[in-house]
Design a binder for this molecule. Structure first.
Ligand code: CUA
Length: 320
C-alpha cells in the first residue's frame, strides 16, 4: 500500500476531479486558515500577557479596569464579519452544489444494503460502478430501498444522503478521465464499510462506445411505459385528457393546480408521491379516486415511471 502512496507524494487532499472540487477546497482552506490564525494569536497573547503583566513585586496591586468600548466593539464586529463571510461563501457553494444545471445528463441511483444500483436514461444498469463522460454535468436522482445511505465521491467533493421514501439529488461534472472511489458515507449496517464502488470517467467518444456496447437494453422511459400499461395506469390517465385522471402529457416540469387551491411543481418527488400516496395532492377538477400503488412497484419501477412521465412531451416541447 504505502510505496504507491509515497510515489504520489504526501497527499493532504483527495484528487480534485470535478468543477466544484477546487471551490470546496478553497472554502475549507479558508476555514483552516482562520482557525490557525486565531489559535496562534491566542497562544501568542497568552505568553505575551503572562510576561508583560506578571506580578513584579510582592505587594503589587493592579489598577482597576473599567472595560473598553473600542475593544468590545472590535471583538464583536471582526468575528461577526468573518462569520458572515463564511456563511455567505458556504451558502453560495451549497446552492451551486445543490442545483444541477438544466442540461445535465440524468442517472438514477438506488441504494440498498449493501450495494449501489445505478441506471442510465438509455436503460443501461450498473452495480457499484458508474460510467460517465468527462466535462458533462451529471444529475443524480437518488433513493433507497431500505435505510439511509449516503453517496460520497471524495474526488468530486460531493456527498448526499440517500433516503428511503423520497428522492434526493446532487450533481457533478467530472473534469478528468479516470477512476474515482465511490463510498457509502452513512452507517447502514454490517457491510456498510464495503458498500462502495467506482466512478469511471471516460472521453465522450469512449463513453458512447461503452453505451452502445454490451447487450441492447430497453430505455428507462420504455421500461416505464411497460410498467404504466401493466398497472393499467393508462385506463385513467389517457393521453387525450378524456380519462378519469389527468393526462400526463407535457406535465413534467410544469406546475399543477390542486383541488386545495395550491399549486405544486411537477417534479420527480411529486410524481413519486402521486403514485404512492395519491390522495396527498389531488389535481384540481379530478375526483380523488386513484388507489395507492404502494407495495406494487419497486423503487426501480418508480424511477422508470418517473422517466416515462418525464418523456411525455407535447408536440413542439423540448425533449429531455
Ligand atoms: Cu450504505 Cu453505509
Amino acid at each position: 500500500m504505502w510505496p504507491t502512496a509515497l510515489s504520489q507524494g504526501l497527499r493532504w487532499f483527495p484528487e480534485q476531479a470535478s468543477t466544484v472540487a477546487g471551490q470546496v477546497d478553497a472554502l475549507f482552506l479558508f476555514l483552516v486558515a482562520v482557525s490557525v490564525f486565531f489559535a496562534g494569536l491566542i497562544f501568542l497573547l497568552v505568553f505575551v500577557f503572562a510576561l508583560r503583566y506578571r506580578r513584579r513585586a510582592e505587594d503589587e496591586r493592579p489598577k482597576a479596569i473599567h472595560g473598553s468600548l473600542i475593544l468590545e466593539g472590535l471583538w464583536t464586529v471582526i468575528p461577526l464579519g468573518i462569520a458572515l463571510a463564511i456563511f455567505v461563501w458556504g451558502a453560495y457553494l451549497y446552492f451551486v452544489i445543490s442545483r444541477p444545471p438544466a442540461a445535465a445528463m440524468e442517472v438514477y441511483v438506488v441504494g440498498k444494503q449493501w450495494m449501489w444500483k445505478l441506471q442510465h436514461p438509455t436503460g443501461q444498469r450498473e452495480i457499484n460502478e458508474l460510467h460517465v463522460p468527462v466535462n458533462r454535468p451529471v444529475k443524480l436522482t437518488m433513493t433507497s430501498e431500505d435505510v439511509i445511505h449516503s453517496f460520497y465521491v471524495p474526488a468530486f467533493r460531493i456527498k448526499a444522503d440517500v433516503v428511503p421514501g423520497r428522492y434526493t439529488s446532487t450533481w457533478f461534472e467530472a473534469t478528468k478521465t479516470g477512476e474515482y472511489h465511490l463510498f457509502c458515507a452513512e452507517y447502514c449496517g454490517t457491510s456498510h464499510a464495503v458498500m462502495g464502488g467506482r466512478i469511471v470517467v471516460m472521453e465522450p467518444a469512449e463513453y458512447e462506445r461503452w453505451l452502445t456496447g454490451g447487450v441492447s437494453v430497453e430505455s428507462l422511459p420504455a421500461a416505464g411505459e411497460a410498467v404504466f400499461a401493466r398497472l393499467a395506469c393508462n385506463t385513467c390517465h389517457k393521453t387525450d385528457g378524456t380519462g378519469r385522471g389527468p393526462s400526463l402529457v407535457g406535465q413534467f416540469g410544469q406546475t399543477a393546480k390542486l383541488a386545495s387551491g395550491e399549486t405544486v411543481a411537477v417534479d420527480e418527488s411529486y410524481v413519486r408521491e402521486s403514485i404512492l400516496t395519491p390522495q396527498a395532492k389531488i389535481v384540481s377538477g379530478y375526483p380523488p379516486i386513484m388507489p395507492t400503488f404502494k407495495g406494487l412497484v419497486t423503487e426501480d419501477q418508480l424511477l422508470q415511471l418517473v422517466a416515462y412521465i418525464k418523456s411525455l412531451k407535447l408536440d413542439g416541447q423540448a425533449k429531455p
